[in-house]
Write a protein that binds this ligand. Structure first.
Ligand code: ZN
Length: 105
């Protein structure tokens, strides 16, 4: 069972991660800034591809964090989305964005 102290600590962790992810996703240099004369086009394409991959990973991570925070607001945080059973605190502390218990992961 989640105590309010645990929830407060987990919320602080999630909010800190959300803020960091927002800075990372919003603060990226525009892809148009790539100077095609600086490197051959193949390398530029590879760098742009990596940049996009990183951006989508960050965006997915941010979605997970925001969903966890929304569930805290709704009062459904810490409950397995499949079985409806409470997710053990140790798992939430290890993975604050967990939406299912270990059994259903
Ligand atoms: Zn479960």
């Amino acid at each position: 069972m989640l105590t309010s102290e645990s929830l407060t600590a987990l919320r602080a962790t999630l909010e800190a991660e959300r803020d960091q992810l927002r800075r990372q996703t919003e603060g990226r240099p525009d892809e148009a800034d790539f100077d095609e004369n600086f490197a051959d086009s193949g390398q530029v394409a590879a760098e742009q591809g990596e940049s996009r991959t990183l951006a989508s990973t960050l965006t997915e991570r941010l979605d997970d964090v925001e969903r966890a925070l929304a569930k805290m607001d709704e009062g459904t945080y810490g409950t397995c989305e499949i079985s409806g059973e409470p997710i053990p605190l140790a798992r939430l502390e290890a993975v604050p964005t967990a939406r299912v218990c270990i059994e259903h992961a």
